[in-house]
Design a protein around this ligand. Structure first.
Ligand SMILES: Nc1ncnc2c1ncn2[C@@H]1O[C@H](COP(=O)(O)OP(=O)(O)OP(=O)(O)O)[C@@H](O)[C@H]1O
Ligand SMILES: [Mg+2]
Length: 356
């Protein structure tokens, strides 16, 4: 797919070098998700007509049958350090919440964003002041899951960026900043920069819990996020299939390297609850994730059933956890287990007193 995109992009000239965009060295990242192509470009010349460039890119990419929309992000070094409020890369960030919890997975599509959103919803339901930070730059999901796709965008107040709010959760997402129509100019290094900005410059207020929906995978981006942010612990989401389990181990190893405690492993799409008769069937076998969690010495946080209601709710901007059904209960139990582990991870180790 990437190759087809790059080949289409050769029809667009890079305004700076005059070369085809695909050969100009400006393409820093490209990805397609659910018909939306996200293209990240390195900084161009000052005064570049980015609207025209974006229009040309949009025209060639949406001509491809798989692409419905495009999202163009242009990195820039110009804005770096321009505002005093922007924290320097080296400066340690203060945690915006008592518990900052990253929801991660090795494999994409295991339901991380769905789980992150419903865990956040469960925390809010418990009466905790809760935030959700959608750190997935290529495929931000929070706007859709929380029903915030048609919002006017974020406001930058004097004190910082105002998060949006839905279902009792304060939310920040790349999706609010990177519009599908307008090009966005972003300072580099982009992903870590954006994450730092989200953590450091958003008016989170006095949060109890901030859930971070991590981008999928265990590459440099994830490592950078994990290292750059004051994360108190991570929840690893896996489905019961072996492949997902292998990748979950990789995700666990990544966080181990950064000395961020693993609060636990959560099994998603564990078993199927028939929406008609309520009967349960274990499609992928059950218990594999619990066994894996035991092997890596991580707590097991519970099982979220596979239920069509979850997908329907996400598409409609509802949170299943706001209701009272079995899926909502499963999320509430998992959130409870997660918070329990987060509190335990923060307690100092008991002092051992030796008697003479
Ligand atoms: N337990 C579940 N039951 C039914 N559908 C689910 C469940 N969990 C997730 N889904 C659906 O599966 C799809 C993928 O979920 P989601 O976007 O949360 O995954 P993800 O791990 O965040 O993906 P990515 O790696 O692409 O960010 C969505 O359509 C979602 O509604
Ligand atoms: Mg996701």
């Amino acid at each position: 797919m990437t190759e087809a995109l790059l080949s289409a992009l050769s029809a667009v000239a890079d305004p700076a070098s005059g070369k085809p965009l695909s050969q100009s060295g400006r393409v820093d990242g490209i990805d397609v998700k659910e018909g939306v192509a996200t293209l990240i470009l390195k900084p161009g010349e000052e005064g570049e007509d980015i609207a025209a460039l974006r229009g040309a890119i949009d025209a060639v990419l949406t001509a491809l049958p798989e692409i419905d929309r495009t999202r163009v992000i242009i990195e820039t070094t110009l804005a770096r350090g321009a505002s005093k409020a922007q924290p320097a890369e080296s400066q340690p960030l203060t945690a915006p919440a008592r518990f900052v919890i990253a929801v991660a997975s090795g494999k994409g599509g295991v339901g991380k964003s769905t789980v992150a959103a419903n865990l956040a919803g469960a925390c809010a339901k418990m009466g905790l002041k809760t935030g959700l930070m959608d750190a997935d730059i290529y495929g931000p999901s929070a706007p859709r899951i929380f029903g915030l796709t048609d919002v006017p965008g974020l406001k930058k107040e004097k004190g910082g960026i105002e998060p949006l709010e839905a279902h009792g959760v304060k939310i920040i997402s790349m999706g609010f900043l990177v519009g599908e129509r307008d090009p966005v100019v972003w300072r580099a290094p982009m992903v870590t920069g954006a994450i730092r900005q989200f953590l450091g410059e958003v008016n989170w207020g006095d949060l109890d819990v901030l859930i971070i929906d991590m981008p999928p995978g265990t590459g440099d981006v994830q490592l950078a996020v994990a290292q750059g942010a004051p994360i108190s612990g991570t929840v690893i989401v896996s489905t019961p299939q072996n492949l997902a389990l292998d990748d979950a181990k990789k995700a666990a190893a990544l966080f181990d390297r950064t000395a961020i405690p693993i609060l636990g492993v959560l099994e998603n799409m564990s078993f199927f609850i028939c929406p008609n008769c309520g009967e349960t069937s274990e499609i992928f076998g059950r218990g594999g994730v619990r066994a894996e969690a035991d092997l890596i010495g991580a707590p097991f946080l519970g099982e979220i059933p596979l239920h069509p209601e979850l997908r329907e709710a996400s598409d409609a901007g509802r949170l299943v956890v706001s209701g009272e059904g079995p899926v909502a209960k499963a999320f509430e139990r998992a959130a409870d287990a997660m918070l329990h582990q987060a509190a335990a991870a923060q307690r100092p180790a008991p002092e051992i007193v030796f008697s003479d």
